[in-house]
Ligand binder design. Sequence first.
Ligand SMILES: *[C@@H]1O[C@H](CO)[C@@H](O)[C@H](O)[C@H]1NC(C)=O
Ligand SMILES: *[C@@H]1O[C@H](CO)[C@@H](O)[C@H](O)[C@H]1NC(C)=O
Ligand SMILES: *[C@@H]1O[C@H](CO)[C@@H](O)[C@H](O)[C@H]1NC(C)=O
Length: 390
Amino acid sequence: MLPGCLLLTGLLRSASTASSAPRMPKNMGSWDKFTSSSCYSHSNNASSKARLTAKEQLDPLALIKDEVSEVTDRLRSMVVAEVPELTSAAGYFFSAGAEGKRTCPTVLLLMASAISMKISDGLENRSRARHMRVAEITEMIHISSLIHDDVLDDADTRRGMDSLNFTVGKKLAVLAGDFLLFRAFSAAVSLDNTEVVSLLATAVNNLVTGELMQMSITPAQRCSMDYYLQKTYYKTAALISNSCKAIAVITGQTAEIQALAYQYGRHLGIAYQLIDDILDFTGTTASLGKASLSDIHQGIVTAPILFAMEEFPELCEIVEQGFDDPSNVEIALKYLSKSQGIEKTRLLAAEHAKLAADAIDGLPESEDQVILNSRQALKDLTQKFMRRTK
Ligand SMILES: *[C@@H]1O[C@H](CO)[C@@H](O)[C@H](O)[C@H]1NC(C)=O
Ligand SMILES: *[C@@H]1O[C@H](CO)[C@@H](O)[C@H](O)[C@H]1NC(C)=O
Ligand SMILES: *[C@@H]1O[C@H](CO)[C@@H](O)[C@H](O)[C@H]1NC(C)=O
């Protein structure tokens, strides 16, 4: 690991509990906490490709790392606005050291390779460039949603640094998020494919809907697993699933392959969020195992509590009352510890991870080694997400 990458972890959940900590990192349903075995350096350039070792040549993450860096570099140049203040606000999370793990671009570029007909003619051709545009657009939409979420939730940290709202205030943060969305969609329009634009518009609509579902939840809906899973799909999985499909659409793949790409993104995203829900209760390596409990302190009911409620229906009454009263938090945690809530959540996550891997296995057979390696990397990601401890 490069030393700089340690700064990128972006998941420094505070070790203090939410009630005592005003600077409370939160469960965003974002993709920011993904840890990959390889870490992307910014210093990569074309000639570094030639220096890849034989082992790295078989490692698809190593194969795409230059491209992921290129996506990040382009993003920096894409978010230049007429007003310097807006440029620096919009570029806040694209600056060196603040880019996070770039999970979306990684997944999308691997997906592009995984469903390619044949990529032995090198990665630099025109359709590869269009895949990279989709990765950039998705990352801009992702960042704009993080910025807006931080305004809505009044969060003061993000990726282990001050949130944009904290740094520049909420007005400029809202405008920076708007500007990123605008840039994302003008880049999407220039791809000249209306279906891709429509998929990305659906993803943004879902992000907004998910946020509203959380905001306007009724007491009865708080006890519903279906409602919870729908909201989780909208907030965490809709962007990656629709973008994976966009990758397939833009290369003119069949409807069947488009659907498999979509399913992979959908199940990967849901599995990711379920593990996130568990870590909120069990603590992360960064918090030394101390639970941050940020969801429940914000009144957000997640899968472990919903499973506990199936075993102890009386818990529903507490959940309906909400968690403004700290003693309700205590009671819910007591029920959770008596229940199989954590284990059942892990099993559900494993089911989704398996469904994501199944989607990859459903792709048409190929003998191209690069394609096969990319598919394996996508399947490995599902397991990495399951083993995540931060
Ligand atoms: C690329 O990297 C090599 C080796 O680190 C360096 O010599 C070269 O100047 C770099 N090229 C560019 C365009 O940055
Ligand atoms: C680019 O790669 C695709 C397959 O991924 C291939 O069908 C296409 O012909 C290539 N285009 C060029 C210009 O080489
Ligand atoms: C967000 O910005 C506003 C000013 O626009 C400020 O009053 C508020 O405290 C900020 N919130 C956080 C969490 O930093």
